[in-house]
Design a protein around this ligand. Structure first.
Ligand code: UDP
Length: 235
């Protein structure tokens, strides 16, 4: 398997074609953006943390029955993945109020929600990833009803598995974002699971161990990424 030309460069990752049409190489960058690209910066070695953490979680989820695009780690910053077509819908899962939910609904950040909240956004940078519901998804033809059912099922299962695992590491999984892809006629979990896409809070102190430290200029960003990786994979 040979790494060929770059197909796509996103805000945090690059995707390369390979000599196998069914496989891509994903390379994780240190570039960080927030507020739909308005704030830009670098988080040193973030690419390494996010690559290793995503690989670890994808493997764990695959073992527990959630299909993912992950094939194997190639290097510090690279993983081999299935060549999927991303469904242009982001799934947000929330266990605690934070970020845009707190702002929108006036719920104090850190409040435990009475039940898990699942939201959808339309993955579209120009529109700023607007919130949508299942009818919008169907009306716009973004995914079929059956696909949405599977996506919701997998998302809630990911939440259960990760929440339980992270609590043992004294981390609260406040909320996170997932993306799915189509591989043949199957839906598989894709993108990444990292401090860029999850809110991780220290279970004792509620200290933030994720990208909010960058978004909100809190300092200690690199340290938080390293700390959460250390706790998650025990390094
Ligand atoms: N999130 C993400 N990418 C996005 C939007 C949200 O990874 O484009 C993650 C974010 O890190 C958080 C969760 O999804 O863990 C919920 O994000 P929220 O809607 O609160 O948006 P934010 O406050 O990050 O703008």
């Amino acid at each position: 398997m040979e790494k060929l030309e770059m197909l796509y460069e996103g805000k945090a990752k690059k995707v390369y074609r390979t000599s196998d049409p069914d496989l891509y190489v994903v390379e994780y960058k240190d570039d960080a953006t927030a507020f739909n690209g308005l704030k830009k910066g670098t988080i040193i070695d973030k690419g390494i943390v996010n690559n290793k953490m995503s690989a670890f979680f994808f493997k764990m989820l695959e073992d527990r029955g959630v299909p993912t695009h992950f094939e194997k780690l190639l290097s510090d910053r690279e993983m081999l993945v299935k060549a999927v077509k991303i469904v242009p819908v982001e799934v947000l899962i929330r266990n605690y109020a934070a970020g845009s939910l707190s702002k929108r609904l006036g719920i104090k950040e850190g409040t435990r929600l009475n039940c898990t909240v699942l939201e959808f956004c339309y993955k579209n940078d120009e529109l700023g990833d607007p919130f949508i519901n299942e009818d919008h998804i169907k009306a716009m033809g973004l995914a079929t009803e059956e696909e949405v059912k599977v996506i919701k099922e997998y998302s809630l299962k990911v939440n259960e598995i990760l929440t339980e695992y992270l609590l043992k590491k004294e981390i609260i999984l406040a909320d996170f974002k997932l993306e799915f892809g189509r591989y043949g006629d199957k839906i598989v979990l894709a993108d990444e699971i990292s401090p860029d896409t999850c809110r991780f809070w220290d279970a004792k102190t509620m200290e933030k161990l994720d990208k909010d430290r960058f978004r909100r200029d809190m300092g200690g960003v690199e340290e938080a990424y390293q700390e959460v990786l250390r706790r998650v994979i025990g390094e």
